[in-house]
Write a protein that binds this ligand. Structure first.
Ligand code: NAD
Length: 303
């Protein structure tokens, strides 16, 4: 361990997601109540699932429970089919129906899609105004160009955790490990927009430890347990662990929490860090979509 690491040994702050999620849900519940009063119906979220698998069901049931808790109408839409071709056709039909339904304000499609079902099918069919998890190229493009759109909820949750750690993002050196379209890349754009200097690392990155060691902010979204250890960290760094892995029957992140907490200034635990915030933020995106759709409908009615 380095000298700095020893100094910081007992100081890593644990960044729990639950208290932040509770704050966000309380705000969302108030907005949902106001929307319901004004529109005579609650905002609606549709969760589309292609082929049921056990982990997906647990995740989706949690989302639907979250909807009920804040007064949102949540519905699960099953797409069935014996093969990928039929499933893609069913997915397109389901998404078109949901796009046209004014009581559905947001749509999410459970990932990963079954083998052979192309993401392109979802992208081609989903209405970008209802794409509250930011997978449509319009939303990805708006983020890339620095405009407002829907950002993937997980990337948004990681950014929120960084803000709540109190670290100064402007001018900070940030390392994002993982370059996926749902976590790594959107987060890299969000941090760049806030004036951090961002290095995106991935499976082919050489000398990962050297890059991590220079970073004030480290976000890990690789799906590799134990990828980042305490000795790779700069003392006092803010460490955001997005990874969710099952190891020997336990859920663990991508960071070796035990060694990292002796060196980091603040660190998110897994479970209990980024995860709880993700669902709360997804609901906040839904409310924003519902408010925007209602105001556009008002404008159309007035012309
Ligand atoms: P992905 O598989 O699409 O991408 C993984 C990325 O990590 C890739 O860019 C890959 O190049 C990189 N990578 C893999 N091994 C690496 C290594 N050894 N060194 C450096 N980079 C490496 O995954 P994803 O969908 O972006 O998810 C990443 C992790 O986040 C997973 O563990 C997933 O379960 C988790 N996740 C969490 C939430 C949440 O709410 N907390 C939501 C979505 C995903």
């Amino acid at each position: 361990m380095t000298e700095g690491a020893t100094e910081a040994a007992t100081e890593a702050r644990r960044l729990e997601g639950a208290p932040f999620a509770t704050d966000i849900r309380a705000r969302v519940a108030a907005e949902v109540a106001a929307f319901t009063e004004e529109q005579g119906r609650p905002p609606g979220l549709a969760v589309v699932i292609c082929g049921r698998s056990a982990p997906s069901m647990v995740y989706l049931e949690r989302i639907l429970k979250g909807c009920a808790a804040v007064g949102v109408r949540g519905e699960m839409v099953d797409v069935e089919g014996d093969d990928a071709v039929r499933m893609e056709a069913g997915l397109t039909t389901a998404l078109r129906r949901l796009n046209a339904d004014p009581t559905v304000n947001g749509i999410i499609v459970q990932m990963p899609l079954p083998k052979g079902v192309r993401l392109r099918t979802v992208i081609d069919a989903i209405d970008p105004l209802k794409d509250i998890d930011g997978i449509h190229p319009l939303n990805a493009g708006l983020l890339r160009l620095g405009f407002e759109g829907f950002v993937p909820a997980t990337a948004h949750a990681a950014l929120e955790m960084i803000h709540r750690s109190g670290v100064e993002v402007r001018g900070a050196d940030a390392v994002v490990i993982g370059r996926s379209a749902v976590v790594g890349m959107p987060l890299a754009f969000l941090l760049t927009r806030e004036d951090a200097t961002v290095t995106v690392c991935h499976s082919k990155t050489r000398a990962l430890a050297d890059k991590v060691r220079r970073a004030d902010i480290v976000v890990v979204a690789a799906g590799q347990p134990g990828l980042v250890t305490g000795e790779m960290l700069k003392p006092g760094a803010v460490v955001i662990d997005v990874g969710i892995n099952v190891l020997e029957g336990r859920i663990v992140g991508d960071v070796d929490f035990e060694s990292a907490r002796g060196v980091a200034g603040a660190i998110t635990p897994v479970p209990g860090g980024v995860g709880p915030l993700t669902n709360a933020l997804l609901l906040s995106h839904l409310v924003r979509a519902a408010q925007r759709q209602a105001s556009e409908a008002r404008e159309v009615a007035e012309t």
